[in-house]
Design a protein around this ligand. Structure first.
Ligand code: SF4
Length: 433
């Protein structure tokens, strides 16, 4: 379909001929890199990704900026909010990178989704922009225009050592690209096309999450820089460009509530400590490591803090997971199954828990020294069950302690540890009697 601006629309998302990535060969230094520039740009963004990266600890952003992380080049960050420079001084490095005169390699980091600037241009505006330029041509009359961030992405991505999309807006379009949006927002990869390769031959690297964990970002940057330094292999990425060691598992597998799911115990309201699937958690089908890693400094994380997983790391977010307060339809089958099997398993585990909550000594003496409360001893039924349980547990292996015939030492002395040794009938007073 041909648009008013003369561009074509493919697969529901418009291409932007005037801002398509430019193929510009770059000369990049070989060998260890001393400095690397990071050009951070923001499209349709809330700056949440910036905030989460500022809180990263493994490695921390401070270490990368100061060049104190071993084997890492010093990172020179150009960030529209965090940089000290402003105005023309701030934009100069972007221009140098575009002109190929920067002198050091650079990485592009894009936060927020990429809007279709042609839509805004129809009314003479823009969705997101950074810096201004004097317009060329007599008709412009020497006037200037704001340069859309999209255009900077198009200019700098081809020469970048790597282009990293951070956050779900940049990786999959996210909330700004939800049904009904007016901006035509899309992901960085949608904008740059599947053929995009950085100067070092890498497709777009995606670190999804709304916001993603800062450590997922800095750890990926660390791994990519090690590769660029020639000190490590190219980290493994999955078919969607996500670091596979970070996004290869579902959040459910690392969830601190997964045991409740297995035992068929489900929360009916927020604030409960049980599994949240029936009040809207999508964790079993969502690739994310938030609970394993924690949100910041190994603390927090959605289910850890009592929230359901709304699948913010997934390409289908948000439309495929709304409304967020409803249980995922697919969960009905597995929750019904785990409810029925979990009821049996729970009872058996309770019996085992009682068994392992007693010292061996207490079993032999028949009493517990706890002053805090009554520790129930085993009744006949439990004793019989424990007898067979122990037989099974030690089948084909040696049981702790001594077997029959081993009670005497070689030189004839008796060893302590026989049932009678636990009670000294000669002591009639004192603690423990
Ligand atoms: Fe899985 Fe969500 Fe339940 Fe955690 S709260 S166990 S992620 S379904």
């Amino acid at each position: 379909m041909v648009t008013e601006a003369g561009g074509t629309i493919r697969g529901g998302q418009p291409s932007i001929p005037e801002t398509e990535p430019e193929t510009k060969p770059q000369r990049l230094p070989l060998g260890p890199i001393q400095n690397i520039h990071v050009f951070w740009m923001a499209g349709m963004s809330c700056d949440g990704c910036t905030i989460t990266v500022a809180g990263a600890t493994n490695p921390g952003i401070e270490g990368l900026l100061l060049g104190t992380v071993p084997a890492m080049p010093k990172v020179l960050l150009h960030h529209p909010v965090l940089s000290v420079e402003a105005g023309a001084e701030f934009m100069q490095s972007f221009k140098d990178a575009y002109a190929g005169t920067l002198g050091d390699p650079y990485v592009v980091v894009f936060e927020g989704s990429v809007p279709d600037e042609r839509i805004a241009a129809r009314t003479g505006g823009y969705w997101s922009a950074m810096g201004s330029e004097v317009m060329a041509g007599e008709a412009a009359g020497g006037g200037s225009r704001m340069v859309p961030t999209t255009e900077w992405l198009s200019r700098l991505a081809p020469g970048a050592a790597a282009t990293i999309a951070i956050g779900t807006c940049a990786t999959w379009g996210g909330i700004p690209s939800a049904e009904g949006n007016p901006t035509g927002a899309m992901s960085v990869a949608d904008f740059l096309s599947p053929d995009y390769r950085s100067a070092f031959g890498l497709p777009v690297i995606n670190i999804p999450g709304c916001a993603p964990q800062g450590d997922n970002f800095t750890e990926t940057v660390f791994a990519v820089l090690l590769f660029l330094q020639g000190l490590g292999p190219l980290p493994s990425f999955d078919e969607l460009g996500r670091p596979s060691w970070l996004y290869g598992e579902t959040v459910h597998r690392g969830c601190n509530r997964a045991g409740y799911y297995e035992e068929g115990l489900f929360a009916e309201e927020y604030g409960s400590h049980e599994c949240l699937v029936e009040i809207g958690c999508w964790g079993p089908v969502v690739n994310c490591n938030i609970v394993k890693r924690g949100a910041i400094n190994h603390m927090g994380g959605c289910m850890e803090a009592g929230g359901v997983c709304i699948a913010c790391t997934m390409p289908g977010f948000p439309d495929k997971f709304s409304p967020f307060y409803k249980a995922p339809p697919g969960g009905i089958i597995s929750t019904t199954l785990s409810r029925s099997t979990g009821a049996v398993i729970r009872r058996l585990r309770r019996l085992s828990n009682r068994h392992v909550s007693r010292e061996v000594r207490w079993d032999k003496t028949g009493r517990s020294p706890s002053g805090w409360g009554h520790v129930p001893g085993p009744d006949m039924g439990i004793k019989a069950m424990e007898f067979f349980y122990q037989k099974w547990q030690h089948w084909g292996s040696r049981k702790p302690g001594r077997n029959a015939g081993e009670e005497k030492r070689l030189w004839g002395g008796t060893r302590p540890g026989l049932p009678g040794d636990y009670v000294d009938d000669g002591v009639t007073e004192g603690p423990g009697k």
